[in-house]
Design a protein around this ligand. Structure first.
Ligand code: ZN
Length: 466
């Protein structure tokens, strides 16, 4: 197999990817907290994981992809930094539904949004609420090994006991007491150290999402969810863990501490993080009114795949600035590609692709998922002198990674009406006879039917007018 290089947040280096099993790769991606629609920033992170998975498949690996659904335990503070709350429960109270109804509704919407962006579904989408037993077991192990302690129904991880804390984010204990203070959840006043984080939390009075545990009724912390579910589905040692750059600290740092303390070994080999998506140069925030969803994109008349294309134009690790103009430009580029692809599709069936371009494409995608370069290879191919059928064969192949629906679009619009086919044949005859005025009249008639004739060295082909 060809070499693949990935930037590993853990080592801060671009490394040659070396899977644990030479044929099969395990990936765990942190999924959504299901209490409202995911925004396009979240989706950029899921898109990056999707591209990674597609590249591995393209290289011939089998992939086992796990993406969790957080339907309990992700405590948040609002933008003004008040008391911590569980957003699923708050949304349920606000809308007169149960937390389970809210979670089910937004889980369904999340899957729909991913489908609209051609994000391949995960092999397993485990729900936090269905893995409480595993989280309690893991917490028990950490208490038994003295990495965690209980106070008044809450269980905390004792960060000082885990010497390697900070290895992922660089936020080691000696230099981060201030930072840790900032992310401390306001209600946690019974911790030994402000850096400690909750594994299990005591249920407050009146709470209905709660479970029995050795420490009384309560609910799990957010970080323990991903430790428990990743190891349940991928084992104690797996290849890749993905997330957004905002997950590095504290979420993934805490996950490493929990998992490695519990089983006394390194669990994840490669940590891959996608950069933020900014909107008009700013971080997305409700109070800024710049939090957009797939529904907003559709409402404005865009093809959701334009967002996918836009994300491909930037390297996954760099920050990407979303504006409606940049989305429009992405849609124009995508439509141009569709026009080309449908034009090639009216020629003979694709057989052999363009070997040189295919090599360049593979090199680009395997070089730390360099999709901007991969897209430039696509543009180069489209404009090259390769036969249309070869272009089409390569483009269909590339689309296994790009996920832009080339084949569907081409097959849909390549259905040429009989009438148009007759016009084309007649026009060829006229051109052979030198009757260019007659040929031009027929070109107009063909255009009225929604097709454009492109004359080539030998014969002509049709392009659907998009
Ligand atoms: Zn996670």
């Amino acid at each position: 197999m060809a070499d693949i290089f990935l930037t590993n947040t853990l080592t801060r280096k671009k490394e040659k990817f070396s899977p644990i099993d030479p044929k099969k790769v395990g990936i765990y991606s942190c999924g959504p907290t299901v209490y409202r629609d995911v925004h396009i920033g979240n989706l950029r992170t899921y898109l990056a994981a999707d591209i990674l998975k597609r590249i591995l498949l393209y290289n011939g690996y089998k992939v086992q992809h796990i993406k969790n659904i957080t339907d309990v335990g992700h405590m948040r503070t609002d933008e003004s930094g008040g008391a911590a709350f569980d957003p699923v429960i708050v949304e349920a109270l606000n809308s007169g539904k149960t937390p389970q109804q809210i979670a089910a509704e937004y889980t369904k919407k999340f899957f729909e949004d991913e489908k609209r962006l051609n994000i391949l579904p995960a092999d397993v989408s485990p729900k936090a609420s269905e893995h409480i037993k595993e989280m309690i077991e893991l917490t028990k192990t950490l208490v038994e090994k003295s990495y965690a302690y209980e106070t008044d129904g809450n269980v905390y991880f004792n960060v000082k006991k885990f010497a390697k804390y900070g290895q992922l984010s660089g936020n080691t204990l000696d230099k981060t007491s201030k930072l840790l203070e900032a992310v401390r959840v306001a209600t946690e006043t019974d911790k030994k150290d402000s850096a400690d984080f909750a594994l299990w939390k005591k249920a407050e009075a009146g709470r209905n999402l709660k479970w029995d545990s050795p420490w009384g009724e309560g609910f799990p912390g957010w970080h323990i969810e991903c430790s428990a579910m990743s190891m349940k589905y991928l084992g104690n040692h797996f290849d890749i863990h993905t997330g957004g750059e905002d997950n590095v600290f504290p979420h993934h740092e805490d996950e490493i501490a929990q998992s490695e303390a519990a089983i006394s070994r390194k669990v994840v080999n490669y940590w891959i993080h996608a950069g933020f998506l900014l909107v008009d140069g700013k971080k997305m925030a409700r109070r800024e009114g710049n939090v957009y969803t797939v529904a907003d994109i559709i409402r404005k008349g865009f093809n959701p795949l334009s967002l996918r294309y836009l994300c491909l134009t930037a390297h996954y690790r760099s920050r990407l600035n979303f504006t409606w103009d940049s989305l429009k430009a992405a849609e124009n580029s995508l439509n141009n590609l569709y026009r080309e692809v449908t034009g090639f599709a009216t020629s003979e069936e694709p057989k052999v692709g363009c070997a040189e371009c295919e090599q360049k494409f593979l090199k680009a995608v395997n070089n730390d998922m360099d999709m901007p370069t991969a897209l430039s290879v696509v543009q180069h191919l489209v404009k090259s002198n390769c036969p249309a059928s070869a272009k089409l064969a390569s483009l269909y192949k590339f689309d296994k990674v790009l996920g832009l629906d080339f084949e569907i679009v081409a097959k849909e619009s390549a259905k040429i009406p009989e009438e148009v086919k007759k016009f084309v044949e007649e026009r060829e005859r006229l051109r052979d006879k030198g009757d260019f005025t007659g040929a031009d009249k027929l070109r107009e008639k063909i255009r009225e039917k929604g097709f454009e004739v492109v004359d080539e060295k030998v014969g002509s082909r049709l392009k659907k007018v998009v």
